[in-house]
Design a protein around this ligand. Structure first.
Ligand code: BG6
Length: 480
């Protein structure tokens, strides 16, 4: 069970708070993981009475939580922790009122969760300091995106750093809270088996795909300014790449793990100028069908510009300039409105050095994060009967089944507990975020200069043709 604390959720009426954070806190409450004296205070501009906010939260949580996990009794005990305070986060004076509302509690842990647009981060941090709400027991949680570019990320980090020292800043990337992502570290660093072959001499290439069937939903205004590069690649996909590629940390603690990830980000071979044409593909979905349902083109989505050239798909060929990975391509791909939802990492090994049998194929390790959590190793086996006829067979590990897990934890549950306990191993450090932007910025610039228009792909497909050719030109294929 965690410690007593105040969890303040800025942006309390927003989608993130209602759709992710409160359901995660509800589950933690239901599982008895929250200290009885943990209070949740949602903050937003709308004038709402506490009861009205609780009713709104109940509606949203009920829709989000599995029916079997939601009951009135548990909800009412959870709601007793839940309060609402109307304030304008851009107004310093409102923080004085907030401090009064919270009361003086010098040693109490206060978590300020900024589930707001990033342009409010700097103001909120400064106002918290003035109101005396940023003392040594206060922590701040920042949602991605941290900025829009290296420059804006640096400005945000500097403003936050002026108020909170780095050990109290939690930059969340919810992908790091996913069980299979942590299992990737277990697989690599708790099994001696893979380490000798986890390198250029044995691995042909790596694919990291985060394909979604969802479109931009209610987030058109945000998404149209961001695009897939800023929304997914700069954070989630680069973090996955770091975990696949990093060296073993000396300890499993926040500094050691993040030092190793940082080295990978710093070793990414820059893609800039005209290189964007050979190493990147950007796409945008047109109308199509998802699960039999017609869906509109991206530029007809709500709050999206009608002649938007924002990308909803990106594929990249990335290289890591270090001893372990020199010459091994990492192919990264993410897109909205694709044929199916699948988040997976494929480690494709080199073929055997001398082929004895027809039909033999290289081994492949598949780490699947979504929809199900699975790790499988593809080996070649002999089919029964006479003759040496080979076929791929899979050693398949379903993690939820292996550990008889009844309910799948949401990434936010794990990460919220870590914040309350002050463990930042699974959060991005300031230098990591800036290193990621340092690599991403020249690609964005290259796109502006040499690659204006995203390639169209039909909703419900596997992305633009050019993404297939990116691999095919090198005799490889995306694993669909
Ligand atoms: C978010 C992005 O960070 O991750 C969304 O802003 C995206 O655009 C989401 O849909 C994907 O998360 P998950 O956990 O569903 O893969």
């Amino acid at each position: 069970m965690t410690i007593p604390c105040d969890m303040l959720v800025f942006g309390g009426t927003g989608d993130l708070a209602l759709h992710k954070l409160l359901p995660a806190l509800y589950h933690l409450h239901r599982d008895g993981r929250l200290h009885p004296d943990l209070r949740i205070l949602a903050l937003a501009r709308t004038a709402l009475a506490r009861e009205a906010y609780q009713a709104l939260a109940e509606r949203r949580c009920r829709a989000q939580v599995a029916r079997a996990d939601f009951d009135a009794l548990t909800w009412s005990s959870f709601a007793a922790r839940l309060d609402y305070f109307a304030m304008d986060a851009s107004q310093s004076a409102d923080f004085g009122r907030l401090a009064k509302h919270l009361g003086h509690a010098e040693h109490r842990v206060r978590v300020h969760y900024l589930a707001t647009a990033p342009d409010l981060f700097e103001d909120i941090a400064a106002h918290l300091a003035i109101a005396g709400l940023a003392g040594s027991h206060a922590r701040i949680v920042l949602e991605k995106p941290i900025g829009h570019s290296l420059e804006s990320a640096k400005a945000i980090n500097a403003a936050i750093g002026a108020v909170f020292d780095e050990s109290r800043v939690f930059r969340i990337d919810h992908y790091l809270g996913k069980e299979t992502v942590q299992n990737l570290m277990a697989l690599r660093f708790a099994n001696a088996l893979f380490e000798p072959v986890w390198r250029a001499g044995h691995i042909d290439h790596v694919q990291i795909s985060v394909c979604e069937t969802l479109g931009v939903e209610n987030r058109g205004a945000y998404y149209d300014r961001s695009g897939a590069m800023r929304d997914m690649i700069q954070n989630h996909l680069l973090q996955l790449l770091c975990l696949v590629a990093m060296e073993a940390p000396v300890r499993f603690d926040a500094e050691a793990v993040r030092n190793e990830k940082l080295k990978i980000l710093q070793a990414l071979k820059p893609i800039s100028g005209l290189d964007v044409q050979d190493n990147t593909v950007r796409g945008q979905y047109t109308a199509g069908k998802i699960g039999g349902q017609e869906v509109p083109a991206y530029y007809f989505e709500k709050n999206v510009d009608n002649d938007s050239d924002t990308e909803t798909f990106v594929a990249l060929q990335v290289e890591i300039d270090n001893w372990r990975w020199a010459g091994v391509p990492f192919y990264l791909r993410t897109g909205k409105r694709m044929a199916k939802k699948a988040t997976e990492i494929v480690i494709q090994f080199k073929p055997v050095p001398h082929r004895l049998f027809d039909g033999s194929q290289p081994n492949r390790l598949l780490i699947r994060l979504q929809p199900e959590e699975r790790i499988s190793l593809q080996l070649m086996g002999k089919t029964p009967g006479k003759g040496m006829r080979l076929a791929p067979v899979e050693l398949d590990l379903n993690l939820a089944q292996a550990f008889r897990q009844k309910r799948r934890w949401d990434a936010y549950e794990r990460l919220l507990l870590d914040v309350i306990e002050g463990d930042s191993t699974l959060f991005m450090r300031r230098d990591e975020v800036e290193a990621a932007w340092t690599w991403v910025d020249p690609i964005l610039k290259g796109w502006l200069e040499y690659y204006q228009n995203p390639r169209p792909y039909s909703a419900g497909s596997n992305g633009p043709e050019q993404a297939q050719s990116l691999l095919e030109l090198q005799g490889r294929k995306w694993l669909e």
